[in-house]
Design a protein around this ligand. Structure first.
Ligand code: NAD
Length: 489
C-alpha cells in the first residue's frame, strides 16, 4: 500500500556539504506542502558563506579525490550503485518527494524514480567511453583534442519533478567527471539531499555532490556568480534563465545550459487516431496539473474533428481524481502554491474577459484540505493574442484553436517566443514530416507526446525555451570542454 501519513515522514533538512547535512544559516524560510498548504519545515537559506563552503568542498573533491583523476570505470560503478540505491529506497525517497511536491506517490513510484535510476545508469555508461581525437598535421607533429570536465558544475533545478530534474542535471555532469553543487527549488528542497546522501552511500567521495538550499535571488544568484564554478546548468523559467545569463556574463562568462519554459502546440489532423490523441493530450496538459515544461497546452486541431476530439479529452479529464500526493487514489495533482494558483486563475480570468469561453473548468477546485487545486480547464473561442494562449500558464489549462488547411495549422502552431516541444498527430507521413521541419521547437513528437524514458534523446528548446541540450550523449559533452594540444617532436 503506497498511502502514507505525511506527518510521519522523516527527511534531511539542511544543506549537504562535504558529505554532511548542515543546517547553519541566519535566515530561514517556511516550506509548505502543496497538498494541504501546511508548513512542514523551516529551511535554512544558504548565504554566500554557505555557498562558498559548498563550492570549496566541490573544488577540493574534484582536485583531490579519484573522481576525476582515477579510473573512469570506477566512477561508472559508483553511479550504477547510486541508481540501485535509489531503486532500493524508492518508498522512503518517494515519500520525501511526494510530501513537499505536486507529484502523487503512485506516479513517483511507478514513473519518476525508475526513470531517475535508469537515467543515471544511461549516463554511467559514458563515464569510461569519453575519448578524444588525435590528428597528425605533419610527420613530426601530433595534435590532440582532449575532453576535460569543467571542475565544479552549478546545477539549479525547479520544483515540478524535483528528483528527475536534479538527476537530469547531475547525472551527465558527474559522469563527465565534474563535482556538482545543486541548488534545488526552495519549494521542494529535501529529496535532493536524500539523493545526495544515497550518492555518498554508493561511494561518491565527500564533496562530489553538494546541495545548497535557498531562494533564487539569494543562494542561486551567489552560486552562479561564484568564481569557483566552471559551468551553470539550469532548468526553470525563461525569466530566470535570462537573469542567469546576466550573472554568468558578469562573473567571468561561464558557459550555460538553459532548459526553460514552453507553450507547446499539439497539432492534430483529422486523419489521426483520435482516441490515442485524446489520451496524449489529457496526459500532457492535466498530468501534474499542467505543471510540466513540455505541457501540450495549445491544441490546434483540424476543424471537422475539433468537437469530437475535445469531447474525448473532457471525458478523460472527468476520470481524474484530485487529492493529496500521499494518497494512492490521487491522479490529479495540487498546484505548487497558492501564489501560483492565483497566477493561473488571473491568466484564465483575463482570457475569459477577452472573449474566450470555458468549456470545462476555469476556476479553482473546491478546497481539498486547504490544498491549492485548479479544475482541468479547456478554453475555446480563443485567438493567438490572448494571454492564456500566448503565455506559459503552468497549470491544467488547454486552449483549443481550429484550422481548415495544413498551412493555417502550421502557422497557428508556431509561437513568437517559445520553442520547447510540439506534438503532431496524423496518419500521413508527408504531413508529419512537413510539420517536423516547419515547427521551430527543440523536440517534435509524432503520434505520441511526452518524455517517457527518452533520456537517450537530447532535449532542449529553441528561442526563448533555452540554450543547449540536456539528456542524450550531448548532455555529457555539454559538461566537458575541449582542449587542443599540439606537440612537435
Ligand atoms: P524558476 O525559474 O522560478 O526557478 C527555478 C530555479 O531557479 C529555482 O531553484 C529557483 O530558486 C532558482 N532561481 C530563481 N531565480 C534565480 C536567480 N536569479 N539566480 C539563480 N537561480 C534562481 O522556475 P520554477 O517556477 O521553479 O519552475 C517552473 C519553470 O521551469 C517553468 O517555466 C517551466 O517551463 C520551467 N521548466 C523547464 C524545463 C525544461 O526542461 N525546459 C523543465 C522543468 C521546468
Amino acid at each position: 500500500m503506497l498511502d502514507f501519513n505525511p506527518d510521519d515522514v522523516a527527511f534531511p533538512n539542511g544543506h549537504y556539504i562535504d558529505g554532511v547535512v548542515i543546517s547553519d544559516g541566519l535566515e530561514h524560510l517556511a516550506v509548505r506542502r502543496p497538498s494541504d498548504n501546511k508548513v512542514y519545515a523551516d529551511l535554512s537559506i544558504g548565504c554566500p558563506e554557505i555557498v562558498d563552503r559548498a563550492v570549496a568542498s566541490a573544488e577540493r573533491a574534484f582536485r583531490k579525490t579519484s573522481w576525476a583523476t582515477g579510473a573512469p570505470r570506477e566512477r561508472a560503478r559508483i553511479l550504477r550503485r547510486w541508481a540501485d540505491l535509489i531503486e532500493g529506497h524508492a518508498i522512503e525517497l518517494g515519500r520525501v518527494e511526494a510530501l513537499g511536491s505536486t507529484r502523487p506517490i503512485t506516479d513517483i513510484i511507478a514513473v519518476d524514480l525508475p526513470y531517475a535510476a535508469d537515467c543515471i545508469r544511461f549516463f554511467a555508461e559514458y563515464a569510461d567511453k569519453l575519448g578524444g581525437d588525435i590528428a597528425a598535421t605533419r610527420t613530426d607533429n601530433l595534435g590532440m583534442v582532449i575532453s576535460e570536465p569543467y571542475g565544479v558544475v552549478a546545477a539549479i533545478s525547479p520544483w515540478n519533478f524535483p528528483v528527475n530534474q536534479a538527476v537530469t542535471k547531475i547525472g551527465p555532469a558527474l559522469a563527465a567527471g565534474n563535482a556538482v553543487v545543486l541548488k534545488p527549488s526552495e519549494m521542494t528542497p529535501f529529496s535532493a539531499v536524500r539523493l545526495a546522501q544515497l550518492g555518498t552511500e554508493a561511494g561518491m567521495p565527500a564533496g562530489i555532490f553538494n546541495v545548497v538550499q535557498g531562494t533564487g535571488m539569494a543562494t542561486g544568484d551567489s552560486l552562479c556568480r561564484h568564481p569557483g564554478v566552471g559551468k551553470i546548468s539550469f532548468t526553470g523559467s525563461t525569466r530566470t534563465g535570462a537573469a542567469i545569463m546576466v550573472a554568468s556574463a558578469e562573473s567571468g562568462l561561464k558557459p550555460v545550459t538553459l532548459e526553460l519554459g514552453g507553450k507547446s502546440p499539439q497539432l492534430v489532423f483529422a486523419d489521426a487516431d483520435l482516441d490515442k490523441v485524446a489520451r496524449n493530450i489529457a496526459k500532457s496538459i492535466f498530468g501534474n496539473a499542467g505543471q510540466v515544461c513540455v505541457a501540450g497546452s495549445r491544441l490546434i486541431v483540424e476543424r471537422r474533428v475539433e468537437d469530437e476530439l475535445v469531447d474525448r479529452v473532457v471525458r478523460l479529464s472527468q476520470a481524474m481524481q484530485p487529492g493529496p500526493t500521499w494518497s494512492s487514489q490521487t491522479s490529479f495533482s495540487p498546484i505548487v502554491s497558492t501564489a501560483q494558483l492565483d497566477r493561473i486563475d488571473g491568466m484564465v480570468r483575463r482570457t475569459l474577459d477577452a472573449g474566450a469561453e470555458a468549456l470545462i473548468g476555469g476556476r479553482r477546485l473546491a478546497e481539498i484540505q486547504d490544498g491549492a487545486f485548479y479544475e482541468p480547464t479547456i478554453l475555446t473561442h480563443v485567438t493567438s493574442e490572448m494571454e492564456a494562449v500566448r503565455e506559459e500558464v503552468f497549470g491544467p489549462v488547454l486552449t483549443s484553436q481550429s484550422f481548415d488547411d495544413e498551412e493555417e495549422g502550421l502557422n497557428l502552431a508556431s509561437h513568437p517566443t517559445y520553442g520547447l516541444a510540439a506534438g503532431v498527430h496524423t496518419a500521413d507521413i508527408g504531413k508529419a514530416m512537413r510539420a517536423v521541419r516547419s515547427i521551430k521547437a527543440g523536440t517534435v513528437w509524432v503520434n505520441r507526446y511526452g518524455r517517457t524514458a527518452d533520456y537517450i534523446i537530447p532535449t532542449g528548446g529553441y528561442n526563448g525555451s533555452g540554450i543547449g541540450k540536456d539528456l542524450g550523449r550531448q548532455a555529457v559533452e555539454a559538461n566537458m570542454r575541449l582542449k587542443s594540444a599540439l606537440i612537435d617532436f
